[in-house]
Ligand binder design. Structure first.
Ligand SMILES: O=C(O)CCC(=O)C(=O)O
Length: 291
C-alpha cells in the first residue's frame, strides 16, 4: 500500500503510531479528553433541553425515533466548550495546525443526537458525503474536524460512519488537479463514485451482505485500503477525522440515545474552506428528526 505523505505537523498529543494511523486510515481516537463527570454534566444539559420539548429521560415512551436536531441553544450556552478547552484538544489542534495558527472562538457543536429505532441495523447507501471542497494544499489541511462524545457510543448505536482511506483518494485528486482545485464536496463525491465501483456500490441500494462487503472486506483502490468503520468511543473521548474523509450518519439500534458533538477548527488565513458539517437530510424510509 502506498503510504500517504505526512502532514506538516505531528499532531501534538498523538503518538507516532496514532499520527500514522490518522494519515493512513483517516481518523484516530483520543481517549479521556474530558472527565466522565464533565461529559455527564453535558448529557444532563442535553436531557434538560429535550425535557422542554416533552422528551423525558426516564420515560422512553416519550422518545422520538432517529435523529433529533435543533440543539442550537445548548451551543449558544457553550455547553460543549469544555471539549475545546481541554489541554489534550488544544495540544492536538496545535499539533495539526501549528501553534499560534488558529483560534477556536466559536461555540462547540452542533450536537448530534440519535434516538433508538427498530432494527435491523443496516449500512446506509444515501447521504455519504465529504464536508469540505477539494481545494487547497493537499498536505496541509486548513481545518481540524473533530467528534466529541457526550455519552458512550457503541457499535450499531448511531456512531458516525467513515470510509477509511477516502481522504487519501481525495488528497491525491487535489494534488493532481490544476490549481489544486478538485471541485466542491458534491463534485468530489461524484468523482469518487465515477472512478470506483466500490464507492458506487456503497452508495447504491441493495447488494448482498453490505455490512460484510463494506465494513469487513473493504477494498484496495490504487493501493489505498478502503473500508467503512464506525466511530465508536466512550463518554469524554474525542475522535479527529481527516477533513476529506467521506462519512455518514447511522442508525441507532441500541437502547439509549447517541449523544455526540461535532466541531471544526480553522487555520488562520486559510481561504474559507466552506465546511458543511452536520446532519444532511434523512434518507427516505427513515424517520425524520422528530422535533
Ligand atoms: O450524525 C452523524 O453522525 C454524521 C455527522 C456528519 O455528517 C457531519 O458532522 O458532517
Amino acid at each position: 500500500m502506498t503510504r500517504p505523505r505526512h502532514s506538516q505537523h505531528s499532531g501534538g498529543v498523538l503518538t507516532g503510531e496514532q499520527r500514522a494511523r490518522l494519515d493512513t486510515v483517516g481518523w484516530v481516537r483520543v481517549p479521556g479528553v474530558v472527565g466522565h463527570a464533565t461529559a455527564a454534566a453535558m448529557a444532563d444539559a442535553v436531557w434538560a433541553s429535550l425535557a422542554a420539548r416533552g422528551i423525558e429521560r426516564d420515560r422512553p415512551g416519550t422518545w422520538p425515533v432517529g435523529f433529533v436536531g435543533k440543539h442550537q441553544k445548548l451551543r449558544t450556552r457553550r455547553v460543549f466548550d469544555p471539549f475545546g478547552a481541554a489541554p489534550a484538544t488544544v495540544a492536538l489542534v496545535d499539533g495539526l495546525l501549528g501553534p499560534g495558527c488558529w483560534r477556536d472562538e466559536r461555540p462547540w457543536g452542533p450536537a448530534l443526537v440519535t434516538f433508538p429505532e427498530p432494527g435491523p441495523w443496516t449500512l446506509p447507501h444515501k447521504i455519504w458525503h465529504v464536508d469540505l471542497p477539494g481545494r487547497g494544499d493537499p498536505d496541509r489541511p486548513a481545518v481540524v474536524r473533530m467528534f466529541a462524545y457526550v455519552g458512550d457510543v457503541v457499535e450499531r448505536g448511531g456512531a458516525t460512519l467513515v470510509v477509511e482511506g477516502s481522504h487519501e483518494l481525495v488528497r491525491r485528486r487535489v494534488a493532481a488537479a490544476p490549481g489544486r482545485d478538485a471541485g466542491s464536496s458534491a463534485e468530489l463525491r461524484r468523482a469518487l463514485l465515477g472512478s470506483h465501483a466500490w464507492f458506487r456500490a456503497l452508495c447504491r441500494e441493495g447488494g448482498a451482505d453490505r455490512t460484510r462487503r463494506f465494513m469487513v472486506d473493504g477494498d484496495e483502490i490504487d493501493g489505498v485500503r478502503v473500508r467503512v468503520a464506525e466511530l465508536t468511543a466512550a463518554a469524554g473521548d474525542l475522535v479527529v477525522m481527516q477533513p476529506w474523509t467521506m462519512h455518514n450518519l447511522s442508525m441507532n439500534c441500541r437502547t439509549t440515545p447517541r449523544m455526540m458533538v461535532t466541531h471544526t477548527v480553522h487555520r488562520h488565513g486559510a481561504a474559507d474552506p466552506d465546511v458543511r458539517p452536520g446532519r444532511p437530510a434523512p434518507p427516505p424510509g427513515r424517520p425524520a428528526a422528530a422535533t
